[in-house]
Design a protein around this ligand. Structure first.
Ligand code: GLU
Length: 314
């Protein structure tokens, strides 16, 4: 893996960084903790700083942020710089949306989710792609929609329908992109916009996250390119699945540190289980995050999901 040199962000020299960016919508489960540890190990083994960012623009559950940060610290993850919170960065997102608007790269969209689903899709468009209904509305059609009182979303005027990223785990990945939303009709800034701006602001040039987000990478990479931001390196890592092959979730039973502690499994044992799942520890071996880090080699990262039956952990 290449070691980064210092990069320039705006006018400030920043040490290149990796990051973990949880949404504070509930407690982290084993899968989230495993992804966070991987992101931290990818960063630390490549001389990068490690940043924490709370993605609290939407779906915030009170108390969740602090519990998430406490749990990340309990498994041995440490981060540099104060935690960034997206809710404190709204003027930055506004400025970028304004800039794109001035460049003629945005438009207002009045469509409801249902109208989008029911609209005939454009020829050759990927399934689920925005059909472009509001792309070229006449002034009178636009005015009629405004008069009908529907608050518009802001979409990006995108000039292609696919974009390729190179992922260090998955290889080259070409995914569909469309006129995606930058700001929702209810005023909330879209994840795809905020993530790109914030990664740049934190000096992040290495994005390690669950492979459920791989399909978002082409949109984000395209947007970064439009904004003249440097491309990041992606590593989308395999998820943790339950025995039905579904993404691990709270409803699967004891999957958070708190649940597991109640059944007698402490944070240290959780770390050992995660280490074992990654081939970084033997069965039952007590291990610290630092020891795991010393053994980590991105080349030997398992390429398949970790399947667990939570009841068997206790
Ligand atoms: N906040 C997102 C989540 O918790 C992750 C976003 C990202 O890593 O880009 O699913």
């Amino acid at each position: 893996m290449n070691h980064p040199s210092t990069c320039r962000v705006g006018t400030v020299e920043k040490r290149p960084a990796g990051r973990y960016a949880p949404s504070p919508s509930g407690d982290l489960h084993l899968g989230n903790l495993r992804t966070a540890l991987l992101a931290w190990m990818f960063a630390r083994t490549t001389d990068r700083a490690f940043m924490m960012r709370v993605e609290d623009l939407d779906r915030v559950r009170p108390g969740s942020e602090q519990r998430q940060l406490d749990d990340l610290a309990k498994v041995g993850i440490e981060w540099d710089s104060p935690v960034m919170r997206q809710s404190q960065r709204l003027p930055h997102y506004d400025a970028v949306i304004n800039d794109l608007r001035e460049r003629g790269l945005t438009y207002e969209c009045f469509c409801t989710r249902r109208e989008i689903l029911e609209a005939p899709s454009a020829p050759h468009a990927a399934a689920g792609a925005y059909p472009g209904t509001c792309r070229d509305l006449s002034a009178s059609a636009r005015q009629a929609k405004i008069d009908a009182g529907r608050p518009p979303a802001i979409r990006l005027r995108c000039d292609r329908d696919e974009f390729t990223v190179v992922d260090t785990v998955q290889g080259p990945y070409t995914g569909a992109i469309d006129d995606f939303v930058l700001r929702r009709g209810d005023g909330v800034v879209a994840y795809n916009l905020a993530v790109v701006i914030d990664d740049d602001a934190q000096g992040v040039d290495q994005v390690v996250r669950g492979d459920d987000l791989l399909s978002s990478a082409p949109r984000q990479s395209y947007l970064a390119d439009l904004l003249g931001l440097p491309a990041v390196t992606y590593a989308h890592v395999p998820l943790v699945l339950n025995t039905d092959g579904k993404r691990l979730a709270k409803r699967d039973g004891a999957v958070t540190l708190e649940d597991l502690a109640r059944t007698g499994v402490d944070a240290q044992q959780v770390l050992s289980l995660i280490a074992e799942s990654l081939g970084l520890g033997g069965p039952g071996e007590r291990i610290s995050a630092q020891t795991m880090l010393g053994r980590f080699d991105p080349q030997t990262l398992p390429k398949h999901p970790w399947r667990i039956e939570p009841a068997e952990l206790c």
